[in-house]
Design a protein around this ligand. Structure first.
Ligand code: BGC
Length: 757
């Protein structure tokens, strides 16, 4: 095979194809031939950049000083680098090519929060599968995804990348994503290896400020924040990316408990652990290492196999081994994990498995034929959440005259959201385009931008600085009043207004934490002027985090949360606005009423003085200036039809250990359209040895019902569904009373009680 041809170079040091059938023997044989420097070279993960041009990287690879690269997505470049590894380096060990394929590759799917809103594991898996097909066709072997950080603080800009606040839902999604990326095996030519991130607890940075510390009780960690990483690993993720934050005083990148006791020993992870960008150097700034030398020592001892984007391992490990501070065994442990991952990616079988032959290189990387638009449109439709629909304002008639306004109505870059991999904004269908196509030959679409996303030049400068390689935010230079006047004039001539407002994509990104959650003032002023026209006002929200929508919810006639819906977003949103698709998305994260209410999450632990709706609220847990609870709860989302849920019937009021009971409801579509409902099962533990959440999601089912149709939905509840981590961190189901709550969101539920003996 190709491998044999490539490796039939000079006799002596090289991987031995005769041992390929036996992973451990193959790697052991290879490691026997490696010098210490060659081993240390494998630990380096490096990006092509201004100070690291591809030619220089190729030289370093040939010298055995690089184990893998990221951010290079072009066959010619990757072939040149792989040639350097397998034709020029002494040991001929292939390198791998990684990239942040987070929500699509060339075809961009909705951001994480959007995909999570679909509550459709098949759709999410398909999205990751398509991403893997496209990424592997661009010669990539690994993705730094899925990003499964639980986030309950929308100030954190990376909330957009994850899948929301709930451990059960995010764990299900973690599995679906890993399955999608890796397919039948990460060795397949159209699969890529998943490296789950950011291990661990990155979403809990204090105050939602990016890179801040995480300080958390072990119970909360185990119960709420760790399960999604564990789920990804159980699903076979070959890699883990280590978080930038510290955890209870120890940075993840130097955290032996996290990286070894938990990840390797308890969870049995055998894959590769890569640091985040520059994280090992940052140990000095965390103040746990005096200098780079100590940082390298702490990281390798903790079990960080590859150092991303720094040279510390390369510079410091030889000396540390020489002085005896780091053992060869500690280096070997990491080398074994890296070679093991390369083996699992199929690179020893064929280093060019995803690069292919030069003759087959795609002539046009951006060719339409390489895109998967139908898949993206399907997932995007499912990701849209209808938050309000007064007087059945939606769906709209295609024959109407519609004023489309707002800075996000025709912004192809923003459609993609952050971390849009190799997506090109030119491929994006904006809302304007989607609506124009839908209305062609029928009604009239009047377009006016109406406002800039923000008039705050400091924010604009920051967003442009964050995305250094292109102009991220382009301001309309006209005075705000002129822009508003133009939009109002369009509104006056229209039957209905559709306003696309929210955040530009850079506002919900890494290093984009916010202290406010409202729609920026420039856009609010536009909305106020539009409202004053008296025309029906439909808001299409584009944003990467829950926003404070108190004004909007009171003033809009209809409101559709679209997140950043990706390449086909404009078509998908138009499908919903015009009723070609009945919205079925449900919130994977609570929307607070105000920023002061944060954290607002549905599964909060019980308290001794809970607020009781309707009772005079003195000396109970609440904010006296504001209504209690979220503006829109977890699991919430409207449809163009209506559903009812019957009372819960239990097959028995007593659950025996090892047994199961069935909880059933009948769901009926009482409206006039076909539609999909997400039936959600929550469990409430009435009393336990530790304080338990008010309720926890334990199951859900998405089902389509015709008008008038009823269907019985059954959830089987077993002991495992009642388990939690007790004060000794044992995963136990304690005897006692429980409540099974079933409904269409986390608040409006039917319930029935049972007992575990
Ligand atoms: C981010 C990671 C990402 C890495 C490589 C870092 O800044 O935190 O999520 O995978 O860069 O691009």
């Amino acid at each position: 095979m190709l491998f044999a041809v490539l490796l039939a170079g000079p006799a002596g040091a090289q991987p031995n194809p005769a041992l390929l059938h036996d992973k451990q023997a193959f790697i052991a044989d290879l490691m026997k031939q490696m010098t210490l420097d060659e081993k240390i070279g494998q630990l380096r993960l490096i990006s092509i950049g201004p100070d690291m041009p591809r030619e220089k990287i190729a030289q370093e690879i040939a010298a055995g000083r690089i184990g893998g690269t990221f951010n290079s997505v072009v066959h010619v470049d990757n072939r040149m680098m792989q040639d350097a590894a397998v034709k020029k380096s002494r040991l001929k060990i292939p390198i791998f090519f990684a990239y942040d394929v987070v929500h699509g590759h060339r075809t961009i799917f909705p951001i994480g929060l959007g995909q999570a809103s679909s509550w459709d594991m098949g759709a999410i898996e398909r999205g990751a599968r398509v991403a893997a097909i496209e990424a592997s066709a661009d010669s990539l072997d690994m993705t730094f995804a899925p990003m499964v950080d639980i986030s309950r603080d929308p100030r954190w800009g990376r909330t957009s990348e994850g899948f929301g606040e709930d451990p059960y839902l995010v764990s299900r999604i973690a599995r679906a994503m890993v399955k999608g990326y890796q397919g039948a095996s990460p060795a397949k030519p159209d699969s890529i290896m998943a490296a789950v991130k950011h291990f661990a607890l990155y979403g809990a940075v204090e105050g939602g400020r990016d890179y801040n510390v995480v300080d958390m009780s072990p119970q909360r960690m185990y119960q709420d924040y760790l399960p999604p990483y564990h789920a990804a690993i159980e699903a076979g993720a070959g890699g883990v990316m280590v978080a930038l934050n510290s955890i209870n005083g120890v940075p993840a990148s130097a955290n032996t408990w996290l990286m070894q006791d938990l990840l390797r020993k308890d969870w049995g992870f055998r894959g590769v652990a890569v640091s985040d960008h520059g994280a090992i150097t940052e140990l000095v700034r965390h103040g746990v290492a005096r200098d780079g030398r100590e940082a390298a020592k702490l990281a390798i001892k903790a079990g960080i196999d590859m150092s991303m984007a720094d040279t510390l391992y390369l510079q410091e490990l030889p000396g540390l081994v020489k002085s005896g501070e780091v053992s060869v065994e500690e280096i070997d442990r990491s080398v074994r994990n890296i070679l093991g991952a390369k083996y699992d990616m199929g690179l020893f079988q064929d280093p060019y498995v995803r690069i292919g032959a030069a003759a087959d290189d795609p002539p046009d990387l951006y060719a339409e034929s390489r895109m998967h638009r139908a898949d993206a449109r399907e997932v995007a439709r499912k990701s849209l959440v209808l938050l309000e629909n007064r007087n059945q304002t939606l769906p709209l008639a295609k024959t109407a005259t519609i004023a489309l306004v707002g800075p996000l109505a025709d912004s192809p870059l923003d459609m993609m959201g952050s971390w849009s991999a190799a997506g090109k904004s030119q491929s994006s269908i904006t809302l304007r385009r989607g609506m124009e196509e839908a209305m062609r030959g029928k009604g009239r679409l009047l377009y006016a931008v109406g406002a800039n996303v923000t008039d705050d030049q400091q924010i604009v400068d920051y967003l442009n600085f964050l995305n250094w390689d292109h102009k991220e935010v382009i301001q309309d230079p006209r005075p705000p009043s002129d822009m508003i006047a133009e939009a109002v004039a369009a509104a006056r001539r229209a039957d209905v207004i559709v306003a696309a407002v929210g955040e530009s994509r850079g506002m919900s990104h890494e290093s984009s934490s916010r202290t406010r959650l409202d729609i920026p003032a420039s856009q609010r002023a536009l909305l106020q002027a539009l409202k004053a026209t008296g025309k029906p006002l439909v808001l299409v929200l584009m944003n990467g985090r829950p926003l404070d929508l108190q004004w909007e919810s009171a003033n809009a006639d209809a409101m559709l949360e679209t997140w950043y819906s990706g390449t086909e977003g404009g078509h998908a949103i138009a499908d919903v606005l015009f009723g070609d698709y009945n919205p079925s998305g449900k919130l994977p994260i609570s929307f607070p009423r105000s920023i002061g209410q944060i954290p607002t999450y549905y599964n909060h632990p019980r308290v001794g003085r809970p607020f009781v709706e309707g009772k005079p609220g003195n000396y109970t847990s609440q904010y006296f200036e504001e209504k209690n609870g979220p503006l829109y709860p977890f699991g919430y989302g409207l449809s163009y039809t209506d559903f009812t849920v019957s009372a819960v019937s239990l097959s028995s009021a007593r659950l025996e250990r090892g047994g199961r009971i069935a909880a059933r409801v009948t769901v009926t579509n009482t409206g006039r359209r076909q539609g999909e409902a997400v039936v959600q099962l929550y469990i409430r533990d009435e009393a336990a040895s530790v304080v338990r959440p008010v309720k926890e999601l334990r199951g859900f089912r998405k089902l389509a019902l015709e008008p008038g149709e009823s269907r019985t939905v059954q959830f089987d509840i077993g002991e495992d569904d009642l388990k939690f981590f007790n004060a000794r961190l044992e995963h136990v189901a304690e005897p006692g009373e429980f409540e099974a709550q079933i409904g269409l969101d986390s608040q409006s539920v039917q319930s029935a009680r049972f007992e575990l003996r």
